[in-house]
Design a protein around this ligand. Structure first.
Ligand code: ADP
Length: 236
């Protein structure tokens, strides 16, 4: 679903990504962890086509995104990717339902179909009775779930989340974390989540540790070792 080859990125004289190679499979829920300044958000922004790398290749959902013009890139982003940020970034003057429908509106989809999908998503996220409330009338956890519904509106192949539970209390955090897995199981999406939250990282299928712009550790490599080692023992 996502292939990254030899990605580098500098800001001025600071090299933030020093050659990242990754392959993320369809339906994986992956966490990216590491110390502040390791390059996590920069990597997520590059996967999300919000920023371009200086070197290397990024293929998302079968498209080599480096080859797309700015206009095509923004269409690609709206159709293939969903974003969840630490702060919900809902538009205050619109209801929950209208906020969820925004990506469909941008994509020029039919209003009746968009409304049906938005209502289905809100229902699945336990927010059916909040559809006509404005953000100011929702709790923190509810606002973040509306933001999740909005991210899923155009049936993206990949959902990218940057500290999605960073502003929530522990109960809402746990609910949001469970939601990622429920959504993956229902809709088959791939989730890439930058997080400082160790509880969330423990839950995910795979954890990628970044340090100083490099992959320091990828738990997918542990799984490989675990499956290879027993057969080696037998052979010996
Ligand atoms: P992390 O998410 O792991 O904390 P970031 O990817 O946000 O790390 O940032 C990595 C480094 O790049 C930091 O030192 C940060 O200050 C710097 N950086 C990030 N974005 C920019 C930018 N747009 N301009 C200049 N420096 C940046």
């Amino acid at each position: 679903m996502i292939t990254i080859k030899s990605i580098t990125k500098s800001f001025g004289s600071l090299q933030v990504l020093k050659g990242i190679d990754l392959q993320i499979n369809k339906g994986e829920v992956v966490s990216i962890v590491g110390p502040s300044g390791a390059g996590k958000t920069t990597l997520l922004q590059i996967i999300g086509t919000l920023d371009r790398p200086d070197g290397g290749e990024v293929v998302v959902d079968g498209i080599e995104v480096g080859s797309l013009s700015s206009k095509k890139l923004s269409d690609f982003r709206n159709q293939h990717l969903g974003f969840i940020f630490q702060f919900h970034q809902l538009l205050p003057e619109f209801t929950a339902l209208e906020n969820v429908m925004i990506p469909a509106y941008i994509a020029g989809k039919k209003k009746s179909e968009a409304m049906q999908r938005a209502n289905e998503l809100l229902d699945f996220l336990g927010l059916a009775d909040r559809a006509n409330h404005k953000p100011a009338e929702l709790s923190g956890g509810e606002k973040q779930r509306v933001a999740v519904a909005r991210a899923l509106m155009n049936e993206p192949a990949v959902v990218l989340a940057d500290e999605p539970s960073g502003s929530l209390d522990s109960k809402n955090k746990a609910e949001l974390h469970q939601l990622f897995f429920d959504l993956r199981d229902k809709f088959g999406q791939t989730f890439v989540i930058v997080t400082h939250d160790e509880e969330l990282a423990k839950l995910t299928d795979r954890t990628i540790h970044l340090r100083d712009g490099l992959v320091e550790h990828d738990s997918a490599a542990d799984n490989l070792t675990q499956t290879v080692l027993p057969s080696q023992d037998v052979a010996e």
